[in-house]
Write a protein that binds this ligand. Structure first.
Ligand SMILES: C[S@@+](CC[C@H](N)C(=O)[O-])C[C@H]1O[C@@H](n2cnc3c(N)ncnc32)[C@H](O)[C@@H]1O
Ligand SMILES: [Zn+2]
Length: 298
C-alpha cells in the first residue's frame, strides 16, 4: 500500500547475498555494530527496526522484550525469519514506513540503519517514527553524509561538480541520497526530535585502507575516532541518538493500527486482521503481518 511516495523496492533483490556476503564489507558491518551498541538504550519493552531487511543487526536488541522488524520487502523479512526463527519476541511486519501500522506511543526505541538514504521525503518518515515512539523514546538512526572528507577533497580538486557544502540532499543514484549534517539536524528538529548523541562512522571504507589492514584493525581505529570525529562529521556515515519530547511509558494494549485510516485495535479473524474503520483486511501469512496490500480493500 503506497499512497504517493516513490519507494526503493528491495523485493526479491537478495540484498544479503548481493551486498554483504563475501563482498568485502566486514569492516562496515563491524563499525556499524560498534556505533549502534554505543547509542542504543540497552533495555526496553519494545524496539522497532524500520527497514530491517534480513535482520542483520537484530542480535544487538537482546535487552528488549519485544522486537518488531518492519520492511517493505517481504523477501527480506522471510530471510530474517529463517535466521531468527518464529517466536513471541520477534514480530515480522511488511509495511511502508510512510504509513506505519504501529499505534502511537507503543515503542521505546526505533532504529533505522541504511534506510533514510532511500527516502524522497525524510520529513514524513521522521513524523511517522516520532508518532510510534513513547514520550522520551529513543530514535537511533544512520544517514549517508554528503559532507564527507572524500567528497570535500574531490570537490576542492575539481574532480566533482556538486558541492558537499550545499545543504540540500544530493541524489547520487536514483533513490539514493546523501545528506548534509545541518540539513538532517534541521529535519529532526522540525519533527520535534532532540539530538542527544552522535558518532562519525566508517572512516576507512575506501578500498585503499582495506588493502593494507584487516577489517578488525580498521574497525578498532574507527572505534577510537567515532566520538571525537562526531564534532566534525567528515565520515561517510553518521549515527545519531535522538529523543522525543517528554517522558513516559510505552502505551500498552493493541500494537497495530490500520495504515489506511489510522484506527487502533484491528480485529483478528482467522489469518487476517480487519479494520472496523475503513473495512480493510490485512493478511498474516507464515507468521508475517502484511500491511503493504490489503487482501480486502476499503
Ligand atoms: C540498504 S537496506 C538496509 C537493511 C538493514 N537496515 C541493514 O542495514 O542491513 C534498505 C532497506 O530499507 C527498506 N525500505 C526502503 N524503503 C522503505 C519503505 N518505504 N518502507 C519500509 N522499508 C523500506 C528496503 O526494503 C531495504 O530492506
Ligand atoms: Zn482502516
Amino acid at each position: 500500500m503506497n499512497q504517493g511516495h516513490v519507494i526503493c523496492d528491495y523485493e526479491g533483490t537478495s540484498y544479503r547475498a548481493r551486498f554483504w556476503e563475501g563482498q568485502g564489507r566486514e569492516y562496515e558491518d563491524l563499525v556499524e555494530r560498534i556505533a549502534l551498541r554505543r547509542l542504543l538504550p540497552p533495555r526496553g519493552q519494545r524496539l522497532l527496526e524500520v527497514g530491517a531487511g534480513f535482520g542483520r543487526l537484530a542480535d544487538l536488541y537482546a535487552g528488549y522484550d519485544h522486537v518488531v522488524l518492519l520492511d517493505y520487502a517481504r523477501s527480506g523479512l522471510l530471510e530474517a525469519q529463517e535466521r531468527l526463527g518464529r517466536s513471541d519476541r520477534f514480530l515480522y511486519v511488511v509495511a511502508d514506513l510512510y504509513h506505519l501500522p504501529l499505534a502511537p506511543g507503543t515503542c521505546d526505541t526505533v532504529v533505522t540503519v541504511r534506510v533514510l538514504h532511500h527516502l524522497v521525503d525524510v520529513q514524513s518518515a521522521l513524523r511517522q517514527i516520532a508518532e510510534a515512539l513513547r514520550p522520551g523514546g529513543a530514535y537511533v538512526l544512520e544517514y549517508a553524509n554528503k559532507r564527507n572528507i572524500k567528497a570535500i577533497l574531490r570537490y576542492l580538486l575539481g574532480r566533482q561538480a556538486w558541492s558537499p557544502f550545499v545543504t540540500a540532499p544530493y541524489e547520487f543514484a536514483e533513490l539514493n541520497f546523501d545528506f548534509h549534517p545541518s540539513w538532517m539536524a534541521h529535519e529532526l528538529d522540525q519533527a520535534e526530535f532532540t539530538i542527544a548523541a552522535g558518532l562519525a562512522v566508517s572512516h576507512f571504507r575506501h578500498p585503499l585502507f582495506k588493502r593494507f589492514a584487516s577489517p578488525r584493525t580498521l574497525a578498532a581505529v574507527d572505534r577510537l575516532m567515532q566520538r571525537v570525529g562526531a564534532a566534525w562529521k567528515l565520515s561517510p556515515s553518521v549515527f545519531l541518538r535522538c529523543c522525543t519530547p517528554g517522558s513516559g511509558s510505552a502505551v500498552a494494549g493493541d500494537l497495530f493500527r490500520c495504515p489506511i485510516c489510522g484506527l487502533r485495535g484491528l480485529a483478528a479473524r482467522g489469518d487476517t486482521l480487519a479494520c472496523a474503520g475503513c473495512g480493510a483486511v490485512w493478511a498474516v501469512t507464515d507468521g508475517i503481518y502484511d500491511f503493504k496490500t490489503p487482501v480486502v480493500s476499503p
